[in-house]
Design a protein around this ligand. Structure first.
Ligand code: ATP
Ligand code: ZN
Ligand code: ZN
Length: 802
């Protein structure tokens, strides 16, 4: 093969194609599909992925590949095809799709250099930067006072050129080992030649007699209480050598994790397992919906299904939402499968993530447990894919490529002819509807594995509390409940839904709310730094002492952030020991784990937190769960608000009374009569499903209709609206008559980072040409996007409607 088809590392629409390069002779035997290469592109050199090898090209003169970055492909052939599909399916660039599949550490970093071509004198300030060198880093000029226009002139005149060099930073961690390379006889011979004073060296020789495998240099030196200098003669006499070996950064200490044995399954678990195993044995690509109430033992079913697959030499991927990827969760898998498990999620360092990925790539593990992007684990013998808590919105990536892990899972499982399990106590309407129609296979587990009852849920009407004079954010019932648990030395989980409910600063005199100057959104108060921050851009400011509009000094922060809850709770029940878990207390690596361990050891009575604590946690002494603001989601312009409220209450309730102690749940609400709260209270998934389906049908939302959201943004409001209007008209003209086009309307958050945002929504049942039409629209605006700062985002499966 003489020609390689390559996708290059420039995410831009005019470059979003596959380019042909010739393969130099010396690379012909080495190059394979799925490798990274360095190729010339225009005036620079950049990284690319080889997608295909061929002997034919329509292009007459081809540039040659400059070098190979890999000796083993980093993308399997399956992943190469998957990437092409993903790019088409989500309408994103090829390069973005491939980048999404690989760990950060594998992405090349470019270095921009300026090469001086002329000997003629340059301006004084530029001469100062060059300081006699021929090559300087571009950033040095940027940091200097030299105007970029001057560079541009020189560039045009051919006095300098700009070159791009690729820095390799695969960041393989290496450590030095001491290795014995001689026989015992040689050691004796050496020892005999030593003088009596050389006691240390004699000790070393003795130790070397026993050293049968390489030892970490540092350990060796520590053990022998000696220095590098002392062992130098041993190296010179060729008794030992120092070798560099690759090591993995191990984020989890496997030796500390207790191994577990499979549990005797309950009947409902056994039925589910048998169906899954059968599909696997028959190489049946089947999607199972494992609908099991909280505590029904879904995880044990996963573990035994994986075990079955592994026994046949196959591999498994388990996706877990980022926030429930707690050490507790990891330990359940490591406890069963030990070193066969790799873990991938964003709390690991870049290097650690790379090492976990390499374990998969080198076929050293059989199971991956990870967050969304673990779905791309480069296994070649997949036997099972599990998506736990399948209803979680975090499985959808909200950035290029806008993919849903569920779709990728099903695509991969089809390729490998293996089953997929979508597990949840509260499956999404989309999933459950497909299961009911028989597209997916439904497995029900209605009972808790220990047959303990689901905790009693009581809904408190907060309006009544207010009328009876309680102005705190805690109902009398909840405060009594907490005190009761404290007396009995039991524990409490308090859940605050922060989305749509954050702390903002308002003037009590004139009602002015302090907003971000660049985004149409109120700033959020952060107590620690006493700052107001914007959650959409990086803007922050000090909290003002006076209202910027009326100069009154009655400026206060409002809303119910976790900090504020903690403060009031401290006032009401000073003796309670509280652990607060939210984005502010868990930014440091390992802090999440530390807080949970503290709670598990009963060094605190109350765990107070956000989404983070809603799932996956399993503490035996938790007998009371409180939901502080159950209806906060209803304020959001999102047709899934009811569904999310139902899921949340059900999941949070599932944290109470999972073991021998009975549990109780108190849900505080200002709209206690809302059906999603009513059904959640009665653990009535079927009831909720029927009711919500009827509403979705009436208002033409998924799963009855598909949605596409197009968001247009521009620094100029009029432009943004005009473009959206034209797009709406084009869609109306080119899509079928059944498609409904809604828009242009301003987005719920109309301005972010000084850009005005308008949207247009397509609702449709069947629209096979939609992608083509959208692609043509993008093409039409390509120039404007490049030159005029126009942005058009297309989301073919929107979850965030803001
Ligand atoms: N067959 C079994 N026999 C005894 N105990 C079991 C069995 N299956 C599961 N358990 C135990 O029941 C508890 C709940 O199980 P698990 O956490 O797997 O449930 P789950 O369905 O995943 O719950 P959730 O959706 O709330 O996370 C665990 O402590 C688990 O060890
Ligand atoms: Zn902002
Ligand atoms: Zn004011």
């Amino acid at each position: 093969m003489k020609i390689a088809k390559v996708v290059v590392d420039i995410p831009a629409s005019q470059i979003n194609r596959i380019f042909d390069y010739s393969i130099p002779d010396h690379m012909q035997a080495l190059i394979e599909v799925g490798m990274r290469v360095i190729v010339p592109f225009g005036s620079r050199t950049i990284m690319g992925y080889v997608l295909e090898l061929t002997d034919h090209s329509d292009v007459k003169t081809l540039k040659p590949i400059q070098s190979l970055m890999d000796f083993v492909p980093i993308l399997t052939e399956e992943l190469v095809e998957l990437g092409k599909w993903l790019a088409k399916d989500t309408m994103s660039f090829y390069i973005s799709a491939f980048q999404a599949m690989l760990p950060q550490a594998l992405k090349a970093e470019y270095h921009k250099l300026i090469h001086r071509l002329t000997t003629a004198p340059l301006s004084d300030s530029l001469e100062q930067v060059f300081a006699g060198r021929d090559y300087i880093d571009f950033s040095e000029v940027e940091a200097s006072s030299v105007p970029l226009s001057e560079l541009k002139q020189l560039l045009n005149d051919g006095d300098i050129e700009i070159i791009y060099s690729v820095k390799r930073r695969d960041a393989i961690k290496k450590q030095t080992f001491v290795k014995k390379i001689c026989t015992s006889a040689q050691l004796d011979e050496y020892a005999a030649g030593l003088s009596n004073q050389a006691k240390k060296r004699k000790l070393l020789v003795e130790f070397l007699h026993e050293l049968n495998q390489p030892m970490l240099l540092n350990t060796f030196l520590k053990k022998m209480q000696t220095t590098r200098q002392t062992i130098k003669p041993l190296i010179e006499h060729q008794l030992i050598e120092l070798v560099e070996e690759e090591v993995y950064r191990e984020p989890y200490d496997d030796t500390q994790i207790e191994r577990t044995q499979p549990l005797q399954l309950k009947e409902q678990q056994l039925n589910a397992l048998l169906a899954i195993n059968q599909a696997f044995d028959q190489r049946n690509h089947e999607v199972f919906v494992l609908h099991g109430v909280t505590g029904s033992g879904k995880t044990e079913v996963y573990l035994q299904a994986i075990d079955h697959v592994m026994k046949q030499g196959k591999e498994a991927i388990v996706l877990v939402p980022e926030i429930s990827l707690t050490p507790q969760m990891v330990n359940r898998f490591k406890g069963r499968f030990g070193k066969d498990v790799a873990v991938m999620h964003s709390a690991l360092s870049k290097g650690e993530r790379f090492d976990e990925w390499r374990k998969v790539h080198r076929k050293e593990v059989k199971v991956v447990v990870g967050a969304r992007s673990a779905i791309f684990a480069p296994f070649e013998n997949l036997g099972l894919i599990i998506i736990d808590e399948e209803h979680e919105a975090s499985y959808k990536q909200e950035d290029h490529p806008r993919y849903h892990a569920k779709d990728v899972a099903i695509k991969r499982a089809k390729y490998h002819q293996c089953p997929v399990i979508l597990g949840s106590a509260t499956p999404t309407l989309e999933t459950y509807a497909r299961a009911k129609k028989g597209v997916y296979q439904l497995l029900e587990m209605p009972d808790r594995s220990n047959l303990s009852a689901m905790p009693q849920v009581e809904v408190v009407d907060m309006r009544e509390e207010l009328h009876s004079g309680n102005r705190t954010m805690f109902s009398t019932k909840l405060i009594e409940g907490i005190k009761e648990r404290l007396d009995k030395n039991e524990q409490i989980v308090l859940f605050l839904n922060r989305r749509g409910y954050s702390t903002f600063v308002m003037c009590r005199d004139c009602g002015q709310v302090i907003e971000c100057p660049h985004c149409d959104i109120s700033l959020t108060y952060h107590q620690k730094q006493n700052r107001l921050k914007c959650h959409y851009c990086d803007y922050y400011e000090q909290v003002p002492h006076q209202c910027p509009s009326c100069e009154s000094d009655t400026i206060r922060y409002f809303g119910t952030g976790t900090q504020k809850v903690e403060e009031s709770l401290n006032k009401l029940i000073p003796e309670a020991r509280i652990i607060r878990m939210d984005v502010d207390t868990t930014t440091k690596k390992g802090s999440h784990e530390m807080l949970l361990t503290k709670f598990a050891k009963k060094q605190a009575d109350i765990l107070l937190g956000t989404q983070m604590i809603a799932k996956g946690l399993d503490f035996p002494d938790v007998t009371l769960v409180g939901v502080l603001a159950a209806d906060s989601l209803f304020n959001l312009p999102d047709f899934r608000a009811s569904e999310r409220t139902f899921q949340l209450i059900t999941q949070v309730s599932g944290r109470a009374g999972r073991h021998h102690l009975a549990g109780e749940v108190i849900v505080q609400s200002y709209t206690p009569e809302h059906y999603s709260i009513e059904y959640a209270k009665n653990y009535d998934y079927q009831g909720f499903f029927a009711k919500e389906m009827a509403i979705r049908k009436a208002f033409q939302y998924p799963p009855y209709f598909y949605l596409t959201l197009i968001t247009v943004s521009h620094p100029n409001r009029y432009q943004a609206e005009e473009v959206t209007r034209t797009i709406s008209q084009l869609l109306y003209k080119h899509l079928s008559k059944q498609a409904k086009i809604l828009g242009p309307t301003p987005s719920p958050i109309e301005r972010i980072k000084n850009r005005y945002r308008f949207q247009c929504m397509i609702k449709y049942k069947y629209e096979p040409y939609q992608r083509n039409v959208l692609a043509r629209i993008l093409q039409y605006y390509e120039d404007m996007m490049r030159k005029e700062d126009l942005m058009i985002q297309i989301d073919l499966q929107p979850y965030q409607l803001m």
